[in-house]
Structures are given as C-alpha cells and as structure tokens.
Design a protein around this ligand. Structure first.
Ligand code: SF4
Ligand code: SF4
Length: 114
C-alpha cells in the first residue's frame, strides 16, 4: 500500500492538487479527493523561540473519502495526479516506510494514506 507524504511547510495553498484530482476523478466543483485546509494566521508571543517571526500561517492537504490513491495511474507506474500537479514539489508518493525517511526534523510533514 502506498501513501502520500506532504512537506506542508512548503505548501502554497495554490489548490492545483484539488483541481487535478477533480479532473482525474471526474468530480464537479466543490468536490475532490484532496482538500486544502488553512490554519492561521496565528500570532504567537515571543516566548516560544520564534523571535523575528512570531507568526504561523500554513496550508495542509487532507484526503477525502473520494481519494482512491490514483489506483489506475499507480498500476501504470504514474504518479497520482495531485502529486504530479504540485508546483511546490512538496508532495511525494510511495511506500510509507521509504517516504518517512525524508522527514528531516526541521520542517513540518504529514503522511496521508488510507
Ligand atoms: S491520489 Fe489521486 S484520487 Fe487521491 S487525492 Fe490525489 S489525485 Fe485525487
Ligand atoms: S498543489 Fe502542492 S502547493 Fe498547491 S495546494 Fe496542493 S499541495 Fe499545496
């Protein structure tokens, strides 16, 4: 079983992945196998070590129940449409055991699967 790893530190919120998935699955507007959530802006106080940059504002992709992890494309050796369409190159596809080795302890990541 494969998964999608997202380095959401670099997700720009462009929603290209949502559109690519909608086209892949033949869904209509407002529907997708992946949806971008937005957190922030949050202003922290300076006591948490973020001097000079006490803000957070991140976008985070989540899979909906419509996602089938691009089963057909995967069988053909292709990347999922959402991963291929990501202009920020912050999404990766493969075996979860291999994907997690990319997690660097410096930026924020999330492993998505089902
Ligand atoms: S893996 Fe395929 S089905 Fe799942 S969100 Fe990405 S494009 Fe949609
Ligand atoms: S295509 Fe990539 S950068 Fe754009 S919203 Fe999706 S995950 Fe984020």
């Amino acid at each position: 079983m494969n998964s999608i790893l997202v380095n959401y530190e670099y997700c720009t919120g462009c929603r290209s992945c949502e559109l690519a998935c909608r086209n892949e699955l033949g869904l209509t507007a407002g529907q997708s196998g992946i949806v971008i959530t937005e957190v922030g802006p949050i202003e922290f106080n300076a006591d948490i070590g973020l001097a000079g940059e006490p803000y957070d504002w991140v976008y985070m992709p989540v899979l909906t129940r419509a996602c089938n992890l691009c089963e057909t494309r995967s069988q053909q050796g292709k990347l999922p449409s959402c991963v291929q369409s990501c202009q920020a190159w912050c999404m990766y596809f493969g075996e979860p055991q291999k994907l997690v080795t990319k997690i660097d302890g410096k930026t924020r990541w999330a492993l998505l699967g089902k």
